[in-house]
Design a protein around this ligand. Structure first.
Ligand code: ADP
Length: 451
């Protein structure tokens, strides 16, 4: 592979530029008019503007991205996360133009992208899934019937959902009737597909996901888990590896299930199998993300494996050069997502100019960010402006280091989630590792302002 187009922006585009450079592969950035000053544009070998600021006019324009790929004569397209990364039509267009889509085949994306089909696929492979409807539900009476069978509370989810949106919980027939219609309308608006399905709502679960890698030659490995239970409105804020909850035995079982699910998807590349885990260690497949994830960094720091480079090598057709027995987890890593939002004001986005920027450093600290002093954060995209990762020999050291690094991180001119992270790190429940997806709601009741 000689040249790769990066169909993304922000920190992940920069992350991919870096991996390409280390492998001696040229990178082509595509960018919107709002991102001309962005670091990924400045640091890539080449750059092409693909349209106006809004995502629908640029990073979501498959036709323009493919044209840029053809003009610049690239071998492959790396989609990053978000935007077109899980769009099977885009992957298919790449395939038909003979441009390698860095990720699985369009068929695999299609299979795992439809949450109902994904659940059926992994269930058939023997992986436990959350009890729920068989496929999408269109009639209210079928929703009620399903809820009767599996028992309340239930969660209504969009078949095409993502990013924690389009989910509604119902505790009885009355609320189910109401939420069912709201969820359908919301899903139609957000995803252009109003199909919803129903599953058992697991109370106070942990969100624990497994990183997998699969090559074209039949090798499938897992790189351990990430605990992503610190979530606000189903969106992850802090991730860590390993999970403070998993025993060796449960890790072995869940890892084996993750590999089975990956094989059932006929998968190639890096992917994530997400599970919900209950108090007793019962685990249930939630979904597969068929792309690199934001939180891949903690897995990299714990295993020492560069996941983006692995994606590029696998896309080149190379076999994975190590086996399951070579993968060890002898460190602990934590990631805090730094968002340009004001946590004291209901997380209102805070775009604008960063007057002063100083990123933390020192032993055991990694910062993945496209921000710099003088950078103007455009209002059009995701509010994440960086990821702060700390690691060390155990969880306690990673936490101490995170606390120290958060204090060092200076971002002036805009509001960020740094003060929120400092407060979470001080919380006794977080420190003892007793965190479920219900943690943040209670935490926000106890903590109203952050500074
Ligand atoms: P998305 O694709 O939008 O990210 P997911 O299916 O991955 O949606 O779920 C995101 C989060 O929503 C989970 O991490 C969990 O906190 C919550 N969630 C989803 N399904 C359930 C369920 N059946 N029971 C309890 N919580 C759930």
């Amino acid at each position: 592979m000689q040249k790769v187009l990066i169909a993304n922006r922000g920190e992940i585009a920069l992350r991919i530029v870096r991996a390409c450079r280390e492998l001696g592969i040229k990178s082509l950035a595509v960018y919107s008019e709002a991102d001309i000053e962005s670091l990924h544009v400045q640091l890539a070998d080449e750059a092409i503007c693909i349209g106006k600021a809004p995502g629908v006019d640029s990073y979501l324009r498959a036709d323009r991205i493919i044209s840029a790929a053809e003009i610049a004569d690239v071998d492959a397209i790396h989609p990053g996360y978000g935007f077109l990364s899980e769009n099977p039509d885009f992957a298919e267009q790449c395939e038909s133009c003979n441009i390698k889509f860095i990720g699985p085949s369009s068929q695999s994306i299609r299979k795992m992208g439809d949450k109902a089909v994904a659940k059926d696929t992994v269930r058939a492979a023997g992986v436990p899934v959350v009890d729920g409807s068989d496929g999408p539900i269109t009639e209210e009476k079928d929703a009620i019937k399903t809820a009767k069978r599996i028992g309340y509370p239930v969660i209504i989810k969009a078949v095409a959902g993502g990013g924690g949106r389009g989910m509604r919980v119902a505790h009885n027939d009355v609320s189910l009737r109401k939420e069912f219609h709201i969820a359908g309308n919301e899903a139609e608006k957000a995803f252009g597909n109003g199909s919803v399905y129903i599953e058992k709502y697991i109370q106070n679960p942990r969100h624990i996901e497994f990183q997998v890698l699969a090559d074209r030659h039949g090798k499938v490995l897992h790189l351990g888990e990430r605990d992503c239970s610190v979530q606000r409105r189903h969106q992850k804020l802090i991730e860590e590896a390993p999970s403070p909850f998993l025993t060796k035995e449960l890790r072995r079982k869940m890892g084996a299930a993750a590999i089975k699910a990956t094989k059932a998807a006929d998968y190639e590349g890096a992917g994530t199998i997400e599970f919900l885990v209950d108090d007793e260690g019962g685990f249930y497949f939630l979904e597969m993300n068929t792309r690199i994830q934001v939180e891949h960094t903690v897995t990299e720091e714990v295993t020492g494996i560069d996941l983006v480079k692995q994606q590029l090598l696998i896309a080149q057709g190379e076999p994975i050069a190590f086996d399951q027995k070579h993968i060890t987890f002898d460190k602990h890593a934590i990631e805090c997502r730094i968002n340009a939002e004001d946590p004291s004001r209901n997380f209102t986005p805070s775009p604008g100019c960063i007057d002063l920027y100083y990123a933390p450093g020192g032993h055991g600290v990694r910062v993945d960010s496209h921000a710099y002093g003088g950078y103007v954060i455009p209002p059009y995209y995701d509010s994440m402006i960086g990821k702060l990762i700390t690691y060390g020999k155990d969880r306690e050291i990673a936490i101490q280091r995170m606390y120290r690094a958060l204090d060092e991180y200076l971002i002036r001119g805009i509001k960020t989630t740094i003060p929120l992270h400092r407060a979470i790190l001080r919380d006794p429940a977080f420190q003892s590792g007793e965190v479920t997806t219900a943690f943040m709601e209670k935490f926000m009741e106890r903590n109203k302002t952050f500074d």
